[in-house]
Design a binder for this molecule. Structure first.
Ligand code: G3H
Ligand code: ZN
Length: 287
């Protein structure tokens, strides 16, 4: 059942748990992630980056893929279809197309411009009953070819952005996209505490792959209500696929191990397993 994120994430903030937001890349990713939500009977957010949507053939196709997969798999848990790290044009397009939720990521704009554009997106999205995520500070690392050093969210700016009526707010607290470097300093809990004390909007932790479980659990107890996970699913998928090939199954002519439906099955199952593990870490309660 597709829905916006308002109730799901407000409940999460109040209940001190998080709901996972998982990035999709294709049918296997979509099926793998939705299966995890259904098997655990928990709500979930499925998101497309601009790059993934381009790869798959556009936002409309992505929305239909998720809608039709929900139908064909008989998914009954709430699912939020969300645009991840959208620029202004992408956010507007996804609102037009009928996503349930969009992130307008204006962190690299001058703050006043980020604020103005966030306000516009909030107005457009709320008029159609959709949720909005904004970002303040920045998430380090690389995603979709965009690299940033990472900058802690300024508390005053975060308060100002939250006051626009955004439904969730992504905050830079030392988190990084992609694989964390060996010398990573960990999450900045002091800053998270300052932000959470001033802002009641559900807070979002990006770069959820590779952060030790204890730090994620602690951040959730302090006000993080949405955790984004992308790279971890890619690593799981790649590992399972590699093992299948290294075991020589793809060469097994009798079993037709080269059939993509067989070749991609272990990776798809790995996506489901990793998603289920994260749902457990995040403490998302069953419905
Ligand atoms: O927006 C997506 C997430 O922040 C994913 O980060 O690839 O490090 O898990 P990740
Ligand atoms: Zn992100």
């Amino acid at each position: 059942v597709l829905t916006n994120g308002n109730e799901i994430f407000n409940n999460a903030r109040k209940g001190k748990y998080a709901v996972g937001a998982f990035n999709i890349n294709d049918l296997e990713w979509t099926r793998g992630i939705l299966a995890a939500a259904q098997e655990t009977n928990t709500p979930i957010l499925v998101q497309t980056s601009m790059g993934a949507a381009k790869y798959m053939g556009g936002y409309e196709l992505c929305l239909h893929l998720v809608q039709d997969t929900i139908k064909s798999m008989g998914i009954t848990v709430p699912v939020v279809m969300h645009l991840d790290h959208g620029n202004y044009e992408a956010a507007k397009e996804c609102i037009e197309v009928g996503y349930n939720s969009v992130m307008f990521d204006g962190h690299d704009l001058p703050f006043d411009e980020n604020l103005e554009k966030t306000k516009e997106i909030v107005k457009l999205a709320h008029a159609k009953g959709m949720s909005v995520e904004a970002e303040v500070g920045s998430i380090g690392g690389t995603e979709d070819g965009i690299t940033g050093a990472g900058e802690l969210a300024d508390v005053e700016e975060a308060k100002t952005l939250a006051a626009t009526g955004v439904d969730y707010l992504a905050v830079g607290i030392g988190n990084i996209h992609g694989v964390y470097p060996e010398n990573w300093q960990g999450l900045n809990f002091d800053r998270l505490q300052e932000l959470a004390a001033e802002i009641s909007t559900p807070l979002v932790l990006h770069g959820g792959s590779g952060i030790p479980k204890e730090q994620i659990v602690k951040a959730i107890s302090m006000g993080i209500s949405k955790v984004n996970v992308n790279t971890e699913l890619q690593l799981s998928f790649a590992k399972a696929t590699r093992e299948y090939i290294e075991a020589g199954h793809d060469q097994d002519v009798n079993a037709k191990g080269y059939d993509p439906r067989k070749l991609l099955a272990p990776g798809t199952k790995a996506i489901t397993d990793t998603t289920k593990e994260r749902i457990e870490w995040f403490g998302t309660p069953s419905i």
